[in-house]
Design a binder for this molecule. Sequence first.
Ligand code: COA
Length: 337
Amino acid sequence: MPHTVRGRARAQCVAVGTALPERRLTNAELERMVETSDDWIVSRTGIRERRIAPPDQGLSHLAIPAARRCLDHAGVQPAEIDGIIVATITGDYVMPSTANLVQHGIGAANAWGFDLLNACNGFVAALSAATAYIESGHARRILVIGGDIMSSVVDYRDRNTCILFGDGCGAVLVEAGSPDGHGVLGFEMHSDGGGGGDLIIPSSGSAMVASAAVLERGDQFVKQNGIVVFQQAIRRMAEVCDSLLTTLGLSGADVDLLVPHQANRRIIEPTAKRLGLSADKVVINIDRMANTTGATIPLALADALADGRLKSGSRVLLAAFGGGLTWGACYLTWGRT
Ligand code: COA
């Protein structure tokens, strides 16, 4: 359902911090691992390389430095944070949550936290939750973190999936600001659980517990019906952007920057085209990052800040689609007022 902001405070996105593993896995290396080619990967997806974490490092190894950098940029102390929401499907553990590991790791003594499972639409969902806490007066500062160690759930023998994903993490500080200042102006979220089987990690919860048979079948890894997900993503990303802008009485002309989930360059470009946006108004970093699931949007925001396209007051449209199926969009003006 569409939602427009009418609360007593506006949720402002004021800073970003990121963390990436050092190791780069290039298409040339993948050519030596599975039957694929750099040409195929670049032309079908836009991806040239992805970052890969060491196998013994969980998401908190990236989430803690990303959170610290975000707070440094914002000039905010850890003790001033009320809440931490981590959007991820590859947290360190199911219990404890990665949000709790971050809370302890950064010394956010006054913060509660929880993890939010919404796959590639996780960051938008976490931002919508943080917005609701802030608008309702239940929190003043929430760290919204999106991150995934996708290499922990990818089968590097499966060419259909192993070329697509990478690891990374980004944190955005969301603060209560004046109701007529910068901040989140609206969002729209959707689900279609009927498509759940099209993008799934079969043995990742109570439905199929780990066993020797699971490992033999590789059911601990991501499985996807690529073409169905691709077609749905193109349709839903464009629909949700149109619908949210219409609800807000706006159009593509009111978007300075589209910051989309980075799943495939051929999904991003039709979304931008439908909105009538020129290439300079669309953030694309999939060539260097691949699909980092919960991290794609905060990593793209950080890139846009670094290249000067994202500034205080920029009118930003976030949009994502992912396993669930789930999709959503958020319209905001950037920065603190
Ligand atoms: N290298 C070479 N060939 C590959 C390959 C690879 N890495 N991966 C798949 N192929 C082959 C397939 O086996 C298939 O071969 P077949 O026709 O002989 O069976 C063929 O390429 C499919 O080609 P095509 O239909 O042109 O691929 P596509 O345009 O559908 O692109 C994806 C495939 C996976 C890139 C695309 O479907 C996609 O991006 N899907 C969405 C993925 C996604 O976003 N997931 C996360 C959602 S948030």
